[in-house]
Design a protein around this ligand. Structure first.
Ligand SMILES: [Zn+2]
Length: 238
């Protein structure tokens, strides 16, 4: 399986007439599990303030003009405090990042994820929410947001509704809504995209949801995608 995927990557590389060297860098990952491990190892370095990729070098930038080979897709919030490359301490060209306020998924975001999963053969998608998310806060607060912000609030509303069922005070509702929003967006990826559904079912792509804590810098995986196969629903893993 691993070799098969690896070879599939080579075929794509050959088709694009990109030298293999550009793709054979140290730490190449092939499976979703390997990609998740690499992300969480990077997050551990970030938390300890022991970052490997503080400065992205010229050599890497130049090497990447030949093509890109990211190992993970991160769908995260636009919040300035949540930059995935730093949070996961990864190198230039390692992460394919889709950022949108409230980490929601409409056709544009879905298309972006589809592109990286299908055409760049990225084996992992992580939907990452974060504590103190303003978009989720606004949705919990209710009322009528101005302009196009209403479209984001509308997308987050189902998560707030489900959070209210399992949390009592306002703070708990916000935290639960942030978690449910990441989980529901992850579900949307396969519900609204035939391409992603097929890639997940064929074992080529793994989708997980997670929450980033602003204070500790830690990323907790909420749903590693395994529960879905066992039909257990939304149980959180910490
Ligand atoms: Zn946010």
């Amino acid at each position: 399986m691993k070799m098969k995927r690896f070879l599939a990557g080579l075929t794509v590389a050959a088709a694009l007439t990109v030298p293999f060297q550009a793709f054979a860098g140290e730490g190449s990952v092939v499976t979703g599990d390997e990609a998740l491990k690499k992300l969480l190892e990077g997050n551990a370095r970030f938390m300890k303030d022991d970052k490997e990729y503080v400065n992205w070098g010229d050599a890497r930038r130049k090497e990447l003009t030949k093509g890109q080979n990211p190992f993970a897709i991160i769908l995260s919030c636009s919040d300035s405090r949540v930059p995935p490359e730093h949070v996961f301490d990864q190198e230039l060209g390692d992460l394919f990042v889709v950022r949108v306020a409230g980490n929601v998924a409409d056709p544009i975001e879905l298309g972006s994820v589809e592109y990286a999963a299908e055409h760049l053969n990225v084996p992992l998608v992580m939907v990452m929410g974060h504590r103190s998310c303003g978009a989720v806060k606004a949705t919990v607060a209710g009322g009528k947001p101005e302009g196009n912000i209403a479209a984001i609030v509308k997308k987050i509303t189902p998560a707030v509704n489900s959070a209210k069922k399992r949390a009592k005070d306002k703070e708990a509702v916000l935290d639960a809504a942030i978690e449910d929003n990441a989980i529901l967006t992850a579900k949307t990826l396969t519900e609204k995209s035939e391409i992603l559904k097929h890639l997940v079912e064929s074992g080529k792509v793994k989708i997980v949801s997670a929450v980033y804590d602003l204070a500790t810098g830690k990323v907790d995986v909420l749903d590693s995608g395994e529960e879905k196969k066992e039909g257990k629903g939304h149980e959180h893993k910490h």
